[in-house]
Design a protein around this ligand. Structure first.
Ligand SMILES: O=P(O)(O)OC[C@H]1O[C@H](OP(=O)(O)OP(=O)(O)O)[C@H](O)[C@@H]1O
Ligand SMILES: Nc1ncnc2[nH]cnc12
Length: 166
């Protein structure tokens, strides 16, 4: 994890922001995380959902590798069609995520991917959105799990795979 960037006081004072951008920008690092996340859930998903923003990169690559489609779970206000919304809180504030259920095939087994897990709010909101859209959530994969924010406990019902825990 020497490629992990840690940025103090971002996005607000007191937060040590863990930025995985250098991992994704490194050819070997990117391949390694995509392979591990894909292998951890191999054969158990029909689509991959990525949480905006870095989750998009992970979901796209894992979906392409597995030969399945990708679902973009977007921050509120970005999608043009009929949306469903889940509000949640995270380490540094409140947010909302949305999907367009009319563009998601019900009955799919969906793998959720994101870069970082902290409180689990983003993954929990995504799980609820996908279930509301008629999907079954296979589990969630993250590159980095931050201990101490209760995410794993909150997501106890979910098959959760973290490549690195800090
Ligand atoms: O487990 P949680 O407490 O929900 O935190 C994890 C989320 O926080 C970060 O996203 P952020 O909302 O900062 O957006 P970004 O990806 O656009 O930086 C990170 O990328 C995860 O999506
Ligand atoms: N410290 C942190 N670094 C990166 N993403 C986060 N999401 C919530 N807390 C975070």
């Amino acid at each position: 994890m020497s490629l992990l960037a840690s940025v103090p006081d971002f996005p607000e004072p007191g937060v040590l922001f863990r930025d995985l951008t250098p991992v994704l920008a490194d050819a070997h690092g990117f391949r390694a995380v995509i392979d591990e996340l894909g292998d951890a859930f191999a054969g158990r998903f029909d689509a991959v959902a990525g949480v905006e923003a870095r989750g998009f990169m992970l979901a796209s690559a894992v979906a392409y590798r597995a030969g399945v489609g990708v679902i973009a779970v977007r921050k509120a206000g970005k999608l043009p069609g009929r949306v469903i919304t889940e509000h949640y809180s995270l380490e540094y504030g409140e947010a909302a995520l949305e999907v367009e259920p009319d563009h998601i095939a019900g009955g799919q087994r969906v793998l959720i991917l994101d870069d970082v897990l902290a409180t689990g709010g983003s993954v929990a909101a995504t799980t609820t959105l996908l279930q509301r859209a008629g999907c079954t959530v296979t589990g969630a994969g993250v590159v980095l799990e931050l201990n101490g924010f209760g995410g794993r406990t909150r997501l106890a019902e979910l098959d959760l795979h973290a490549i690195v825990t800090l």
